[in-house]
Design a protein around this ligand. Structure first.
Ligand SMILES: Cc1cc2nc3c(=O)[nH]c(=O)nc-3n(C[C@H](O)[C@H](O)[C@H](O)COP(=O)(O)OP(=O)(O)OC[C@H]3O[C@@H](n4cnc5c(N)ncnc54)[C@H](O)[C@@H]3O)c2cc1C
Ligand SMILES: NC(=O)c1ccc[n+]([C@@H]2O[C@H](COP(=O)([O-])OP(=O)(O)OC[C@H]3O[C@@H](n4cnc5c(N)ncnc54)[C@H](O)[C@@H]3O)[C@@H](O)[C@H]2O)c1
Length: 467
């Protein structure tokens, strides 16, 4: 029986464990905090639960225009302590569900800190130590295959170290029992944009410090523009600048910018990126190649530079999404256990930014358009969609990229409330190589927001350059 040792029990680790157990391997997962990983316990699941509560506030506020009375902002509020209690309870419950599923599938779970301890390179089996909380060796394991799935932690900006009371990272916010009087979010990547949007929806005055020309530098620029407009129209403040340091003041915090300006608030939330959890794993001594930033170098079937050692998820820095982590983990096990496997296809990954409105993307995006010579683009504003009008949705659009010569759909963007659900037909089209005609000839419900997606397909049919 093949012995698999997995270090880290997040989506990369637990999904790999499920596949390996299904294929009859003997599987051990070493996890230091809790099964489900940061994804379930502190990052993805908690933030989306908080955002769901904040989004409900927006729905209530925005209902006035539909004729609903009694929804004035002053009359509606969030009980943050109750929301955070719910967030933490839900995360723990989700972790317990995954834990039970692993046990039911015959996976052994060991609590502790794992580290690779191969003292000779090139052996067929690898050695892994489990350290207890005091750093003592609690157990030594041998695995024919080892999967490194240790995730990533918040990056700490020197001079802005979280004190976990007023200067926070995103894992601290669920301990807040009262709404911040004024939250300064530092960093406008996906994490910063989501928290800034979420707390603003929850009724907190928010300033977002963005070191780039626009928020969400990695996303579609039209989408980022819509987000900035909506954020500011709802009272959010955007401050262009780079944080040099954050310090406590009498009233709260001061964020000092590199150009000498300062932004004051009651709390600062640091969202300046992540660092991979490779420290203490002894990887380099065992011959596992790391990038300069500390990520484990992997190929498209999750192999590292050491035969029999695989890596998956945020620790690889490939595409920091729970869905990608899980797929990398499964692929590693299929490959290691001799199943037919398709290398990961990053161009088919769908991603969503859970702001208001949401931004969902898949496939080729505007940044990579210069690489292609024959791409047609259509952008349909939601404002003209009948269903959007009924709900008074004015901000957002559907964008489609298709190959001019063949009509094959290469990518898309949806900016709308619920974009995370709406992107699926475009993701399916990109994955399966469907054409704009396929999309155009699909019946969409009338009236529906998805009608704008099939309409975008029809618009691009008109651009048939072979006709
Ligand atoms: C605020 C936030 C929101 C996010 N929202 C989304 C979202 O909505 N959708 C999405 O797809 N992605 C989201 N992500 C990204 C997503 O959380 C990550 O891509 C995902 O968690 C990666 O999974 P992983 O298994 O690689 O790592 P993790 O989930 O980080 O799990 C790794 C686990 O390994 C453990 N570990 C580390 N070192 C050791 C060791 N030496 N021994 C034993 N255990 C160890 C850690 O304790 C952790 O439990 C979000 C990220 C952040 C920061
Ligand atoms: N919905 C989701 O799927 C979701 C949600 C959150 C995070 N994630 C993923 O997690 C990963 C990490 O995202 P992230 O947003 O935490 O990190 P990031 O690295 O993507 O963004 C950090 C931002 O902080 C800025 N920054 C750095 N130093 C700064 C300073 N001194 N002052 C001001 N700004 C500064 C950077 O320019 C950057 O824009 C990403 O891959 C992201 O896609 C996904």
């Amino acid at each position: 029986m093949t012995r698999i040792v997995i270090i880290g029990g997040g989506p990369a680790g637990y999904e790999a464990a499920l596949v390996a157990a299904q294929l009859g391997a003997q599987v051990t997962v070493i996890e230091r905090d809790g099964i489900g990983g940061a994804s379930v316990l502190t990052d993805c699941v908690p933030s989306k639960t908080l955002i769901a509560a904040a989004g409900a506030m927006t729905s209530v506020h925005d209902s006035a225009v539909l004729g609903v009375h009694g929804a004035e902002p002053a009359a509606v509020g969030l009980d943050l302590a109750a929301v955070n209690q719910r967030v933490k309870g839900l995360a723990v419950a989700q972790s317990a569900d995954i834990h039970s599923r692993l046990i039911a599938e015959g996976v052994r779970i060991v609590a502790g800190q794992g580290r690779l301890t191969d003292d000779v390179r090139g052996l067929a089996a690898h050695r892994v130590q489990v350290l207890d909380t005091d750093g003592g060796v609690a157990e030594e394991l041998e695995g024919d295959v080892v999967l490194i799935a240790t995730g990533a932690d918040p990056r700490v900006l020197p001079g802005a170290e979280p004190d976990h009371e007023r200067i926070l990272d995103w894992r601290d916010v669920y301990e807040l029992v009262a709404m911040p009087e004024h939250l300064v979010v530092v960093g406008s990547g996906v994490t910063g944009a989501e928290f800034a949007s979420g707390y603003l929806e929850a009724g907190v005055p928010v300033t977002l410090v963005s070191s780039r020309d626009r928020v969400l530098p990695g996303e579609d620029s039209d989408a980022a523009e819509v987000l900035e407009e909506v954020f500011q129209s709802r009272g959010g403040r955007l401050e262009r600048g780079r944080a040099a340091a954050v310090r406590r003041s009498e009233k709260g915090v001061v964020v000092e910018l590199t150009d000498g300006r300062a932004v004051e608030g009651s709390h600062a939330l640091m969202t300046v990126g992540t660092v991979p959890n490779t420290g203490g794993l002894n990887l380099e001594n065992c011959g596992v190649e790391l990038t300069e930033a500390g990520h484990v170098v992997v190929d498209r079937v999750s192999r590292t530079s050491v035969p029999g050692v695989y890596a998956a998820g945020d620790v690889t820095g490939v595409f920091q999404l729970a869905s990608v982590a899980a797929m990398q983990g499964r692929i590693a096990m299929w490959h290691a256990l001799g199943e037919a496997v398709t290398p990961i296809k990053l161009k088919t990954v769908a991603a969503n930014v859970f702001t208001h409105p949401e931004i969902a993307t898949v496939g080729v995006q505007e940044q990579s358009l210069p690489e292609y010579t024959d791409v047609d683009v259509v952008r349909l504003p939601l404002a003209t969609n009948a269903r959007a009008k009924m709900s008074d949705l004015r901000d957002g659009f559907v964008k489609l990229f298709a190959r001019r010569s063949t009509g094959v759909i290469m990518g898309g963007v949806v900016v709308a409330p619920g974009a995370s659900e709406l992107i699926l037909p475009i993701a399916l089209a990109v994955t399966k190589g469907l054409t704009v005609a396929d999309l155009a000839q699909t019946f969409a419900i009338y009236p529906s927001l998805s009608g704008s997606i099939t309409e975008a397909g029809r618009r691009l049919m008109g651009a048939d350059h072979l006709a």
